[in-house]
Ligand binder design. Structure first.
Ligand code: NAD
Length: 478
């Protein structure tokens, strides 16, 4: 008997979890549950992480976690527990299937069958943010090559395992040439190893528009964390309701299953929430732990209930629905339908196949890394870049010269435009004019000169070349 850790969560969490557990128990699945408490009450009891040590122990021991949505209290320094759990447990792949249930659930996209594979550990979700001047704050977007490779390989393996034909990559590499550029490059490299699967790349903005308009053009889409977070909600919503989609968070050692939606405090306690998202998360979980028979039985009963037109208010529509029911009544109907077959909707391929072996990273040699310059960021309330440049030039030393100054990424010195609005946050690029490499001591000397000359340095970024390729972006207009 497999033990699954379960958390009832906040808002509509307890209602949809009760419904889901009742259905799993009635299906005869070979599982038992270890219940833990996480979320709002734990936060409000003074634990800013929202999870106790005992709860961590259960999740790490059983390695399979079914989680209802939780509420992250606003402000107060509370960190999102969802993000903490995904990252702490190394659950790098967030898989969100979004499939239309036409004609039973109304949607403008009856042919839609898209799986969003979202990177789950990196990107702006590192939560590394700093205020640097009175006017300017920063959020660090961290993307790693292993992080890209793991999620992209996962997407291709997923496609191969579940008989899908195409993997699409969304990125914004026309603007973020380093971060999104790396994601796209790794995608192209990995895609070459999967000749049986079609591949393509879209710039995320037009890709998102196409997804919202013509989702049937896509099969599996792999994305970084933020784009995947936003677009999986869009994808779920346009199948009929955000309340319909479940998701898995998969890592090397453990896995977490949930609905994609949040705790919906606006409808909590009213017995009107749709439990389908969490139930579908549970179906993916049962497949993952080898309980494929129970998973298929539940999925068929759920499809039958949807086909019968027994719908919660979020998907109830006059004409296509037959009976409007609450959370509990919906789950009663699914239980009554256990053992029955749907007439039109097909059990998903995931039900038949179960989990697959996670792909391994390829070893690669380290590149030759050379320090070729430094960006010194300074806080200066002067609005005139030429005046700022005069002060910054005073710190030049050891052949390191001020090459350019940018403000919010745009080159404003030399030869800036009067029209460009300048904040008090100046990036000053120093490089040797003869193109030679520099040392860390040269940077220390620059900073020492800055202190002596009253230049308010807020941070520095080293400029490297890797195997002779620039590892930094140019200023816009440079
Ligand atoms: P939400 O997903 O909770 O709700 C958005 C809208 O969708 C609401 O109108 C809600 O009533 C509706 N909705 C959501 N699930 C539904 C369901 N099962 N049936 C019917 N209608 C449903 O998003 P939100 O309001 O932005 O967030 C509420 C809280 O949830 C926040 O504290 C947020 O931090 C948290 N959250 C948690 C998770 C998670 O635990 N994985 C994910 C997202 C948001």
């Amino acid at each position: 008997m497999k033990t699954v850790t379960v958390a009832h969560g906040d808002g509509i969490g307890p209602e949809i979890m009760d419904a889901t557990l009742r259905i799993i128990k009635a299906s005869g699945a070979n599982v038992e549950f270890d219940e833990i408490q996480i979320g709002e009450q734990v936060y409000l009891d003074g634990n800013t992480s929202g999870i106790t040590d005992e709860a961590w122990d259960s999740i790490r021991k059983h390695k399979v976690f079914l989680k209802a949505p939780i509420t992250t209290p606003q402000g107060g320094g509370y960190k999102s527990l969802n993000v903490t759990m995904r990252k702490t447990l190394g659950l790098y792949a967030n898989v969100r299937p979004c499939t239309s249930l036409s004609p039973f659930v109304q949607t403008k996209h009856p042919e839609m069958d898209v799986v969003i594979v979202r990177e789950n550990e990196e990107d702006l979700y590192a939560g590394i943010e700093h205020q640097q001047t009175d006017d300017v704050v920063q959020c660090l977007k961290l993307i790693s090559r292993p992080g890209c490779e793991k999620i992209i390989r996962y997407a291709f393996e997923y496609a191969r395992h579940f008989g899908r034909k195409k993997v699409t990559c969304f990125s914004k590499d026309n603007i973020m040439k380093q971060t999104d550029g790396l994601f796209h490059r790794v995608f192209d490299e990995v895609a070459k190893e999967y000749t049986d699967i079609e591949n393509e790349h879209w710039i995320v903005d037009i890709g998102a528009a196409k997804l919202a308009d013509t989702p049937e053009a896509f099969d599996v889409i792999v994305m970084q964390n933020l784009y995947g977070d936003i677009l999986s909600d869009v994808a779920a919503q346009i199948t009929g309701s955000v309340g319909l989609a479940g998701s898995s968070n998969i890592g090397e050692n453990s896995a977490m299953f949930e609905a994609i939606h949040g705790s919906a405090p606006d409808i909590a306690g009213k017995n009107i929430a749709n439990p389908s998202g969490l139930l579908r998360g549970a179906i993916i979980m049962l497949n993952h732990i080898g309980e494929g028979e129970a998973a298929a039985k539940i999925e068929k009963a759920w499809y039958k209930t949807i086909e019968d037109g027994v719908h919660t208010p979020d998907i109830y529509r006059e004409g296509s629905s037959v009976k409007k029911v609450g959370t509990k009544e919906f789950s009663d109907a699914v239980i009554d339908n256990l053992g029955q077959e749907p007439s039109q909707l097909n059990v998903s391929a995931t039900s038949a196949k179960g989990a697959f072996k996670l792909p391994q990273l390829k070893e690669r040699p380290l590149a030759r890394k050379e320090l070729v310059g430094v960006d010194v960021f300074a806080d200066d309330k002067d609005k005139n870049p030429n005046e700022v440049a005069k002060r910054i030039k005073l710190i030049e030393d050891n052949g390191l010269e001020l090459l350019m100054i940018t403000n919010r990424g745009v080159k404003v010195w030399p030869n800036g435009f009067d029209e460009t609005y300048c904040t008090n946050h100046w990036r000053c690029r120093f490089m040797p004019t003869d193109g030679s490499t520099i040392s860390k001591a040269d940077i220390v000397q620059l900073l020492s000169n800055a202190v002596e000359n009253g230049v308010d340095v807020i941070k520095t970024e080293n400029l490297y070349e890797f195997d002779g390729v620039k590892g930094y972006s140019l200023g816009q207009g440079q």
